[in-house]
Design a protein around this ligand. Structure first.
Ligand SMILES: NC(=O)c1ccc[n+]([C@@H]2O[C@H](COP(=O)([O-])OP(=O)(O)OC[C@H]3O[C@@H](n4cnc5c(N)ncnc54)[C@H](O)[C@@H]3O)[C@@H](O)[C@H]2O)c1
Ligand SMILES: N[C@@H](CCO)C(=O)O
Length: 426
């Protein structure tokens, strides 16, 4: 096979796309390209999986073997928007080994395989762009990679999942019940094929892992990053927050600590109206970047849906045509942080069975309701992130709801040990 053309047909003709996957995002992109006929991209071939599914285009527009698209040297760019991260990795890594240019929206795949995907681009010369993988239409990856490529970032945080935010908005503002409003999010194409990925915060964890690479040069194994979601949330939790003038939001936190290390985790959080995230509703996402010299930036935009995500894919296609590739400027530099050693975070814990609560070793309990005869019992105190990660699946199984209520801190014992060590040194 001759080496595919990188980013241009060379004669001003539209770039020829091979589209793999024609679900919410694939159709969103296709529709945008129909509405923008002069934008310079032509969907030449479309590979789908299910031969019996009804689709809005004539049947002869579709074929069923994505590998055939990879074997077609006439395609300039492959757009991978399927819902299977393992198959996506097989296809994308094969395409990169051919030196091809690929755009993907698959955050689970990118987060899990980023080191290998970077290596394949460097070794074979292809380009992989994935702006659509994080926060839908908010151009966060390219901004971190290019604009903030050299600037230290004390923190990057935000609402990175549209479906869970949609559910929280429905429960908070309309008193809707969880199952009904989740079904709405699914019907609108916001949710993953397995919505537990959204509700248990695996999806925003993938996005946090991707941003850690671009914001800090930190390549993390997703399994080592704490993710707590809202599967067990109830109207009592929402009322508890509202009585304190707060809302519950699922917030991803990437934060540089004073020792230079970086903490990365995702958890429901009590948010007051002094935070820009308080006002981010429905499927919208919000990203707050604290930059050392630029100060605070806040972006809000649609985090899910066919058109917003298709818009991000289109932006990648245009960037690719202009020769853009991620520089990963903070990788392999002296400033790459270590993942933070263990931290404590203040949490609200509702409905934790006694044995599980004991395993969490809560300290500095500041509030508690545990009256006999009441089904509603909660406690507010400090837990270690590592302990929460170790018992994350127990918490899910027990139907316990956990939300962050305060800042992270170095475990008290560790501070005392450090202070003692300093005393000894002096
Ligand atoms: N929906 C969103 O708002 C959104 C936003 C950002 C990123 N994403 C990501 O984009 C990707 C696609 O999401 P979606 O919402 O369009 O999913 P979807 O379920 O609507 O569509 C995915 C399609 O891919 C097809 N498919 C699966 N394996 C295939 C294969 N081997 N070859 C061809 N087709 C195959 C499925 O049959 C399905 O029709 C996922 O990785 C998702 O995480 C989605
Ligand atoms: N399921 C994801 C899609 C966008 O990545 C969400 O709800 O945010």
């Amino acid at each position: 096979m001759s080496k595919p053309s990188p980013t241009s047909t060379g004669n001003g003709a539209p770039l020829r796309l091979g589209l793999i996957g024609f679900g919410c995002v694939g159709q969103g992109l296709y529709d945008i390209l129909q509405k923008l006929p002069d934008v310079g991209f032509e969907v030449r071939r479309i590979a789908v999986k299910n031969p019996t599914k009804l689709r809005p285009l004539p049947a002869d527009r579709f074929e069923f073997h994505a590998d055939d698209l990879l074997d077609d040297p006439e395609l300039d760019v492959l757009v991978e928007v399927i819902d299977d991260p393992n198959e996506a990795f097989r296809l994308v890594s094969r395409a990169l080994r051919q030196g091809r240019n690929v755009v993907t929206a698959n955050k689970a795949m990118v987060a899990r395989h980023l080191p290998e995907l970077i290596r394949l681009q460097r070794e074979f010369g292809g380009t992989l762009l994935y702006e659509a993988a994080v926060c839908g239409s908010i151009p966060v990856i390219r901004t971190l990679d290019s604009y903030f490529g050299q600037e230290p970032l004390p923190s990057v945080s935000g609402i990175f999942n549209g479906s869970s935010n949609y559910v929280l908005t429905g429960m908070t503002t309309a008193g809707a019940d969880y199952a009904t409003v989740l079904a709405e999010a699914q019907a609108q194409g916001f949710a993953e094929t397995d919505p537990a990925l959204d509700m248990a915060a695996f999806d925003p964890r993938s996005k946090a892992v991707i941003l850690a690479a671009h914001a800090y040069g930190l390549l993390l194994n997703p399994d080592q990053v704490l993710n707590l979601g809202i599967e067990s949330i109830s109207s009592t939790d929402i009322r508890f927050a509202a009585e304190r003038g707060q809302k519950i939001k699922v917030v991803a936190t990437l934060q540089r600590l004073s020792d230079g290390s970086a903490a990365v985790f995702v958890a429901p959080q009590f948010v007051g109206d002094d935070s820009p995230l308080y006002h981010v509703e429905r499927e919208f996402n919000g990203v707050v970047v604290e930059a050392e010299f630029a100060g605070q930036h806040f972006w809000r935009g649609r985090g899910a849906g066919g058109h917003p995500t298709g818009s991000a894919v289109l932006a990648d296609l245009v960037a690719l045509r202009n020769g853009f590739r991620y520089a990963y400027p903070k990788l392999n530099t002296a400033t790459v942080p270590e993942p933070a050693a263990d931290l404590e975070v203040e949490i609200y814990l509702r409905h934790a069975p006694k044995d599980l609560r004991e395993k969490l070793h809560l300290t500095d309990v500041v509030d508690e309701l545990n009256a006999p005869g009441f089904s509603y019992h909660y406690v507010v105190g400090y837990a270690r992130l590592s302990t929460l990660l170790r018992h994350r699946d127990d918490l899910r199984r027990a139907g316990t709801f956990v939300a962050r209520t305060g800042p992270v801190r170095t475990p008290v014992g560790v501070v005392q040990q450090q202070a003692a060590a300093e005393l000894v040194v002096e």
